[in-house]
Ligand binder design. Structure first.
Ligand code: SF4
Length: 178
């Protein structure tokens, strides 16, 4: 007996206006594994329910139990599923050489090594222990970092710890404030 028929019987509703096929319909999230998560986009921190079947995410929606969003998501948060499964999403490193007019694909390892080399070179060349008045500053003004709102707490913690305390970078910003 379908859920709708059970409900109809429960409230004593007759005759049954619901077709069998309608009565037997199930949401696509039926039987899925559900994980509580947090929307990756902004500091409101709306709670999400992530549904998965056979290890693959099939849907993401607002968490009804959350005191923050009560089951709702704004249009951006509601499109989180598209962040994960989107045929237009770039999945490889794109590199445009100086003065070049086109992008080239490069391996991730190549890009990571190149970024590390350039950060090291720039920091070595621009690091200041004191400013022009002799005040200790321990900083570099030669590197900036622009993060994204999809970064999570752990990533932001590491960025702050490495870039500020470790490298002395002052200009650390997030796209949400631009
Ligand atoms: S659903 Fe919208 S308001 Fe909520 S955390 Fe995500 S982006 Fe922010």
């Amino acid at each position: 007996m379908g859920l709708l028929t059970q409900l109809r019987n429960h409230i004593g509703m007759k005759p049954n206006p619901i077709s069998r096929s309608t009565d037997e319909m199930r949401p696509r999230t039926d039987g899925a594994d559900v994980t509580v998560s947090v929307c990756p986009y902004c500091a409101v921190g709306c709670s999400q329910l992530v549904y998965a079947k056979q290890g693959r995410i099939i849907d993401i929606e607002g968490n009804y139990d959350s005191p923050i969003n009560g089951g709702t998501l704004c249009p951006k948060g509601a499109a989180t599923y598209g962040l994960l499964h989107n045929p237009h999403r770039e999945t490889t490193v794109k590199y445009r050489a100086p003065y070049s007019d086109h992008w080239e694909e490069r391996p991730l390892e190549w890009a990571m090594d190149r970024i590390a080399e350039r950060v090291k070179q720039t920091r070595d060349a621009t690091y200041e222990e004191t400013d022009e008045n002799g005040v200790p500053v321990m900083r570099t003004l030669g590197i900036g970092h622009l993060g994204g709102a999809t970064l999570d707490n752990e990533e932001n913690y590491l960025i702050k710890k490495l870039f500020t305390g470790g490298l002395g970078i002052v200009a650390i910003e997030n796209q949400a404030r631009i």
